[in-house]
Ligand binder design. Structure first.
Ligand SMILES: NC(=O)c1ccc[n+]([C@@H]2O[C@H](COP(=O)([O-])OP(=O)(O)OC[C@H]3O[C@@H](n4cnc5c(N)ncnc54)[C@H](OP(=O)(O)O)[C@@H]3O)[C@@H](O)[C@H]2O)c1
Length: 290
């Protein structure tokens, strides 16, 4: 069981079981368990990518995040190859220009070939596309799901209005909304909405691509807890019931990023991070557009 979210405000996602030595999982509405820590793989490629994936899996990660647009499916697939498929949780994403029925099916099938997998654990719409009807997109996802190629589906970079629309239209449960989320971008309203709808948030750029690591508040809390700034950022997120996918090419940092489940930030420390006034997006998102 996850001791990390032992406080009322943080247990809206029910932790079910530990599938690896250290990393707890959440039970998704699809019925599958999603590890709450994964390895991000952008912008890893080539042999370095394969090595990072296999090192992470060796040390107890099981959740790997990739996307069609990262161009690293083949290398990620090579990194997965020597591990038991049943113990892996692989997420990929389809880009916004491929959300029409036929394009989506073809993209997913190509991605599976590249990854050398029979199915994906999670498939996300990488960005919304207002020009393609969601009914068509979710119809294609349902077809892939019913054909055994997808276990769970989700969205990414969806603001509240779009997520509400997706929830209404999709016959399958929306199992995550992957968005930028870190101490310099506390998206409280979106988190609250997701919580109400039972859609887990996955934080991309959970370290703000290192920008959050240099924040003074994070630094002083890290010192107080004798943890690293990265661990403080990740712990703050998982304590809020958020899934995290930090990317690192370093074995040492992979290990460090895993060591966030046997200690807790106090309510005061969590609040201090909530109150960081700085607001910084590291990935461009135009609300007007999406
Ligand atoms: N859905 C989307 O639109 C979207 C957008 C962006 C990203 N993503 C996904 O989210 C993942 C994570 O986001 P991100 O890679 O952009 O940002 P991030 O995870 O916040 O930051 C990655 C950076 O942090 C460093 N780092 C990692 N662990 C560290 C530690 N313990 N101490 C110090 N530095 C550390 C890494 O350097 P080293 O590698 O040198 O350790 C790298 O420079 C991506 O890889 C991708 O899978 C999704």
């Amino acid at each position: 069981m996850l001791s990390a979210t032992g406080r009322d405000q943080a247990i809206w996602l029910t932790p079910i079981e530990v599938t690896t030595l250290h990393i707890p999982t959440y039970k998704l509405k699809s019925g599958y368990d999603m590890p709450i820590l994964g390895l991000g793989t952008w912008p890893l490629n080539g042999e370095e990518c394969t090595l990072a994936v296999s090192k992470a899996l060796e040390m107890g990660y099981s959740h790997i995040d990739t996307a069609d647009v990262y161009g690293n499916h083949i290398e990620v697939g090579k990194g997965l190859a020597n591990f038991d498929r049943a113990g892996l949780f692989v997420t990929s994403k389809v880009g916004p220009e491929k959300l029409g029925h036929d394009a989506l099916i073809a993209t997913c099938e190509r991605s599976l070939d590249e990854l050398d997998l029979d199915y994906l654990d999670m498939y996300l719409l990488h960005w919304p596309n207002p020009d393609i009807p969601m009914e068509e997109t979710f119809g294609a996802l349902k077809q892939l799901h019913d054909g055994g190629k997808l276990r769970s589906i989700g969205v990414s970079n969806f603001i509240i209005e779009r997520l509400a629309q997706a929830i209404e239209i999709s016959e399958l449960p929306i199992c995550t909304n992957q968005v930028e989320f870190h101490p310099l971008l506390y998206q409280e309203e979106l988190l609250q909405f997701c919580k109400e709808k039972g859609v887990p948030v996955t934080a991309y750029c959970p370290l703000g691509r290192t920008e959050a690591l240099h924040n003074e508040v994070i630094g002083s809390i890290a010192e107080q807890y004798e943890k690293t700034p990265a661990q403080v950022c990740l712990r703050w997120l998982v304590q809020k019931g958020i899934i995290v996918i930090p990317k690192t090419r370093s074995e040492e940092r992979m290990k460090q990023n895993m060591e966030i489940f046997d200690w807790e930030l106090s309510a005061e420390a969590e609040q201090c991070i909530d109150n960081i006034p700085e607001e910084k997006r590291v990935v461009r998102l135009s609300i007007a557009e999406f």
